[in-house]
Design a protein around this ligand. Structure first.
Ligand SMILES: Cc1cc2nc3c(=O)[nH]c(=O)nc-3n(C[C@H](O)[C@H](O)[C@H](O)COP(=O)(O)OP(=O)(O)OC[C@H]3O[C@@H](n4cnc5c(N)ncnc54)[C@H](O)[C@@H]3O)c2cc1C
Length: 383
């Protein structure tokens, strides 16, 4: 029983888990080794309605609650966190495109995203830094019916695999801060746009990389939101992705912990199952308690979103707590497996995959600043 998940959502979770177990889990390690995302699996998820199901029917979605996206993210991530980026990027960007895009431009992209045929990345971070996001430098200038982009974005998930990117650039003066930023939908096949890929510690199927813009001309109707208002309007979408990330990483930790309970029940030392030693079972019991609590917090954030209620602080709580808790849990699970946990395999891969989410989409310090501002006010917590 779960107060946030009714019978329909529980049934959806079961349906997605069967798919994830049969289709996603078997290639988990292979995709990490070969660094391939497997776009065929994305199309299968699209056919089954697992991508951005919360998008309103008027935009081609199913109009399901955000909680439905939450349970799908959990089940796909449980099988492969890196692959579940397909769901995450789609939910984040579908919300941005449908709320702020020119319908004639974004509708075909939304249709392809929901079908699993198009992958859309999001590019905010620059070589100068990511935490002070409003201080971005990528230059965007209006030239007749186009915007011309020059500069670099870096550390972008799926940079070299995306078909389009939501790009934030500066249209205002260098001092204009958050009020001089414009967001654009940029197809990645435009002339002047080149890409690189990093050799990442984890999340290797999706990967990260840089985008280099040299006089890239984007039609003006590809703007998202008003000119100079991109940061203020479009950034709202991140509350959604922060709660979803919480559920994704907790699902990975839950899978690891379930396996570990089973392992410590069977493996013996000193003539007893490992679980008999409180030094083994109590740390696992403590993590189990915290996983349950953190999951409820994430579901609550989505529940608030579904009711149109404020949830920025709750989403920030999910984003700093869940990735750290999930990492610490899997670390403990790996240790409980002894040398076998350290070998190349699911445990060490989970640990590598999880670490990135303590940084990506905003660090712990930035999330705590958001929470502190919501409690004490922006004047008391300026940065
Ligand atoms: C796996 C992964 C995926 C990512 N995907 C994307 C993506 O798809 N799109 C995208 O745009 N970016 C992406 N990023 C980049 C990410 O958003 C940034 O790395 C992040 O915002 C931090 O920026 P930074 O790395 O430049 O660190 P910095 O901003 O240089 O910060 C370095 C350290 O200083 C701390 N710090 C900075 N300012 C303060 C402050 N005021 N108070 C206290 N501490 C502070 C930070 O918390 C951090 O620990 C991804 C990163 C990772 C690791």
């Amino acid at each position: 029983m779960n107060p946030y998940l009714d019978d329909e959502l529980q049934a959806l979770a079961g349906h997605v888990r069967r798919f994830a177990t049969e289709r996603v889990a078997p290639g988990f390690q292979e995709r990490d080794r070969t660094r391939t995302l497997d776009r065929a699996l994305a199309r299968e998820m699209g056919t089954l309605g697992f991508i951005a199901p919360e998008l309103p029917e008027s935009f081609g979605g199913q109009g399901l609650p955000s909680l439905a996206a939450g349970v799908i993210h959990e089940e796909i991530a449980r099988a492969d966190l890196s692959l579940s980026y397909i769901n995450l990027l789609a939910s984040l960007n579908a919300q941005i495109l449908s709320a702020h895009g020119e319908p004639a431009v974004v509708r075909p992209w939304l249709a392809r995203m929901l079908a699993g045929e198009a992958l859309v990345a999001i590019a905010l971070t620059e070589p100068r830094g990511g935490s002070d996001a409003a201080n971005l430098r990528l230059r965007v200038e209006r030239a007749g019916g186009h915007y011309v982009i020059n500069g670099e974005k870096t550390s972008i998930s799926a940079a070299d695999q995306a078909d389009a990117v939501v790009v934030f650039g500066r249209t205002g003066t260098p001092e204009s801060g958050a009020h001089g930023v414009t967001a654009l939908l940029v197809p990645t096949d435009l002339p002047g746009l080149t890409r690189s890929r990093f050799d990442c510690h984890g999340q290797r199927a999706i990967g990260r990389g840089s985008l280099f813009f040299e006089n890239v001309r984007v039609p003006a109707d590809h703007r998202l939101g008003a000119e100079n208002k991109g940061f203020v309007q479009v950034m709202q979408g991140f509350d959604f992705s922060r709660a979803l990330i919480g559920l994704q990483v907790l699902a990975v930790a839950r899978a690891a912990l379930d396996e570990t309970w089973s392992y410590v029940t069977q493996r013996e030392a000193f003539g007893q199952p490992l679980a008999a030693f409180q030094g083994v079972s109590h740390p696992l019991a403590a993590f189990d308690t915290q996983l349950e609590a953190a999951r409820l917090l994430c579901l609550q954030a989505l529940w608030l979103k579904d009711r149109g209620l404020p949830h920025s602080a709750e989403a920030a709580m999910c984003k700093w707590w869940a990735p750290k808790l999930a990492y610490d849990t899997v670390h403990q699970c790996l240790l409980s497996h002894g040398h076998g946990g350290y070998d190349r395999g699911p445990m060490e891969q989970r640990l590598r995959d999880l670490l990135g989410f303590q940084i990506g989409d905003g660090t712990e310090q930035i999330m705590k600043t958001i929470i502190a501002r919501s409690r004490a006010g922006r004047h008391a917590v300026p940065a």
